[in-house]
Design a protein around this ligand. Sequence first.
Ligand SMILES: *[C@@H]1O[C@H](CO)[C@@H](O)[C@H](O)[C@H]1NC(C)=O
Ligand SMILES: *[C@@H]1O[C@H](CO)[C@@H](O)[C@H](O)[C@H]1NC(C)=O
Length: 224
Amino acid sequence: MTKQTVFSFSLVLIFLFHCTKTIAQTPDILKILDKPGEFTVFIRLLKSTGMSDQINGEVQKSTSGYTVFAPNDKAFSDLRSGTINSLTDLQKVQLIQFHILATGVTLSNFQTLSNPVPTQAGGIGKGEFPLNVTSSGKQVQLATGVVKATLGKTLYSDDNLIVYQVDKVLLPLDIFSGYEPTVSAPAESPPVATKVNESGAESLILNGMWLYIGMAVNIAAFSL
Ligand SMILES: *[C@@H]1O[C@H](CO)[C@@H](O)[C@H](O)[C@H]1NC(C)=O
Ligand SMILES: *[C@@H]1O[C@H](CO)[C@@H](O)[C@H](O)[C@H]1NC(C)=O
């Protein structure tokens, strides 16, 4: 090998090294969430609200980092049906923004936050978008005034972006102040259903009887 080829070869190596480094330094929130396969609803909302592009853009520019709380599909299916669909486009954006902090908060830093913690959704006053963080031992809880969520595993962490799993959708007071998270116990439903079916069957038999009586009366009337 001549000196020149060695030189250009090292240039290529340096170039390749830079490429991989740049790629590794720009995390994509959608790719991070797509990998575990249990964040399909959150991913859909991130895309439809345009927040995924915004997060990916902001994360690159940010010097203080970003924290994202990602509710899994189970968290969304625990909501009353229609909860998300009934939101306006603006409320959907606010809901997603409520899951984002404009600072990178590592696990050990949660106890240093002072409540209420400002989210990307804005206002932290009464009836707005306050998020309270409490940590005891290893457990970190997030309270919105509507729900209390527990922080789960760390899905991704670097200097620019930290993504945690949460077991509940963080419902902000501003949108969900009258929300009742638990649907009344379905314990009494089966007997009710049985009753309905029985009475249904009864009325069917009764109708049949009246039909026969009617026919009989008609026939009787005719033969008279
Ligand atoms: C959040 O923390 C603030 C300040 O400690 C408190 O006034 C408020 O009641 C808390 N709200 C919830 C929902 O925990
Ligand atoms: C009641 O009837 C419906 C259909 O009419 C059926 O799907 C359901 O299983 C029935 N329930 C019971 C308890 O028999």
